[in-house]
Design a binder for this molecule. Sequence first.
Ligand code: GLN
Length: 304
Amino acid sequence: MKKLLAILLALVLVLSFAACASTNETTAEDTNNTAETTDATTDTDTAEDADTADEAETADDAETSDAAFTTVEEGKLHMSTNAAFPPYEMVADGEGFQGTGYEGIDVEIAYAIAQKLGLELVVDDMDFTAALEAAQSGKSDMVMAGVTVNEDRLAVMDFSDSYATGVQVVIVTEDSPIATLDDIEGKLIGTQKGTTGFTYASDTPENGGYGEDAVIGFDNGLSAVQALKNGQVDCVIIDNAPAQSFVAENPGLKILDTEWVTEDYAIGVAKGNTALLDAINGALAELIADGTVQGIIDTYITAE
Ligand code: GLN
């Protein structure tokens, strides 16, 4: 009898532990002392109901979620990015936000997450594709670069909950004959290499694109915009927030009214790095709930 009770108790411990550990809100700190004995002794119902398959599954979950996360460099949180995507990430003139050398929505959100996790934020600036790959391969802890979540990327990396929305828009010169998406047919499109804008635009016409030959991929958004000003391309397809800022800084350009595709931005981490992802999601949930994320977005993007 005693033995049975002990087994039952152990089972309840595992189950209540798993229940706590599998909720999205749990942070690294929270998961440290789950499975409290009071819960465990009163909660015998769940143990009786549980079948063996469930037990195995939840016990597994508990293990992965509870594992303490590690980072590339101890005490630091490395964020790979492409700091040419205003107002999400830019190279700062001076010392940048909190001495990072960079500024922007992603930089400030990343800094707030790092603080919650007790880490120092380090920003690693590189090409957009390299920034994605760095997180994928575990060279950086996470990529924040106005990264859109899509199927292709979900196949090779994991994403946090979304913290912002992006919309693909079209930039043209003020005197452009392009007024609608249909007018783009037969024209040359500038995009940034490796972005969703590039992917949609170069897709086949049956899939809503304009075909590979119609698209030129530039190293960053600003180079694409410069090519538009020089007449090398007829329009630029890019996310709305950087589009606004490029147009504000470059007279003679405008954004078409048509919004093309709406997307979710999220933080990317190496596939299977559940411990870090859970910690990031925990911090992010708190920062969204207390208004910090919206506050940061509002300081960079003023509502129209
Ligand atoms: N949101 C777009 C994407 O993920 C563009 C991001 C960027 O250029 N930094 O592809």
